[in-house]
Write a protein that binds this ligand. Structure first.
Ligand code: ADP
Ligand code: MG
Length: 249
């Protein structure tokens, strides 16, 4: 399993934070990682201090540009295909071609151990392309009251994609984010998710940590910005757990 989609139709649950910092720690563990920004809000791209000047995922998906032409090197073992706001305009094309992203990844993945896909906050054509391309899904959920309901809806869509477009698709894990151990609510949400989803929930929990929110405004990942923060430790542990789960899958 190489292609991992970070998916949740809700915004603000930690998808991009997870896509960026998981990619960083996988690369630091020696994996060759390609991160692909698939959100017209371009948060993964800007959070890593980049702007797509020439080529972006838009050119790859709509104009069928060779993906290698759009790759930016970020760090040792970490490459990025950036997004641009005009990715919104790819919707019609992608609706007609839900496997366009999958085909593009096929043309470049041989050079990588992991391809991480940062999906936008919707179930539209971009996310459908992510679901059609991914082998494993990580579903970040914020430790708040309606966490479980959101996951149930997404799992229904995943089942549909599995029986149609992409039989290889499976859930790698649900990731609890923005966890605050001092609140009863966080504890209850975690207990509820674990009771309902069992081992599908990652052991690693991402705490609410202001360093994780600050890092992107400096164009830095958490390993550069605050390597000893609780957020950094959590994402390093997540990378280890993801590598274990990928091997067992
Ligand atoms: P999504 O991609 O799902 O919309 P983001 O990763 O962009 O979510 O996170 C939403 C906001 O919350 C961002 O401002 C981000 O910096 C912040 N954030 C994400 N994870 C955490 C965390 N564990 N602790 C504190 N802030 C976080
Ligand atoms: Mg995002």
């Amino acid at each position: 399993m190489k292609r991992i989609g970070i998916v949740n139709q809700k915004g603000g649950v930690g998808k991009t934070t997870t896509a960026v910092n998981l990619s960083v720690y996988l690369a630091r563990a020696g994996q060759r990682v390609l991160l692909i920004d698939l959100d017209p809000q371009v948060n993964a791209t800007s959070g890593l201090g980049r702007v797509a000047e020439g080529s972006s995922i838009y050119n790859v998906l709509v104009e069928k540009m060779t993906p290698a032409q759009a790759v930016l090197n970020i760090a040792d073992g970490l490459d990025l295909i950036p997004a641009t706001p005009d990715l919104v305009g790819a919707a019609a094309e992608l609706l007609e071609n839900p496997t366009r992203l999958s085909e593009a990844i096929g043309a470049i993945e041989a050079g990588y151990d992991a391809v991480i896909l940062d999906a936008p906050p919707s179930l539209g054509p971009l996310t459908l392309n992510v679901l059609a391309a991914a082998e494993g899904l990580i579903v970040p959920v914020q430790a708040e009251y309606y966490a479980l309901e959101g996951v149930a809806g997404l799992m229904h869509t995943v089942d549909q994609v599995r029986t149609g477009l992409n039989p290889a698709l499976r859930l790698l894990g649900v990731l609890i984010t923005m966890y605050d151990p001092r609140t009863l609510l966080s504890q209850q949400v975690e207990a509820n998710l674990r009771a309902n989803l069992g081992e599908k929930v990652f052991w690693t929990v991402i705490p609410r940590n202001v360093r994780l929110a600050e890092a992107p405004s400096h164009g830095r990942d958490i390993a550069q910005y605050a390597p000893t923060s609780s957020g950094a430790h959590a994402y390093r542990r997540l990378a280890e757990e993801v590598m274990r789960r990928v091997q067992e899958a």
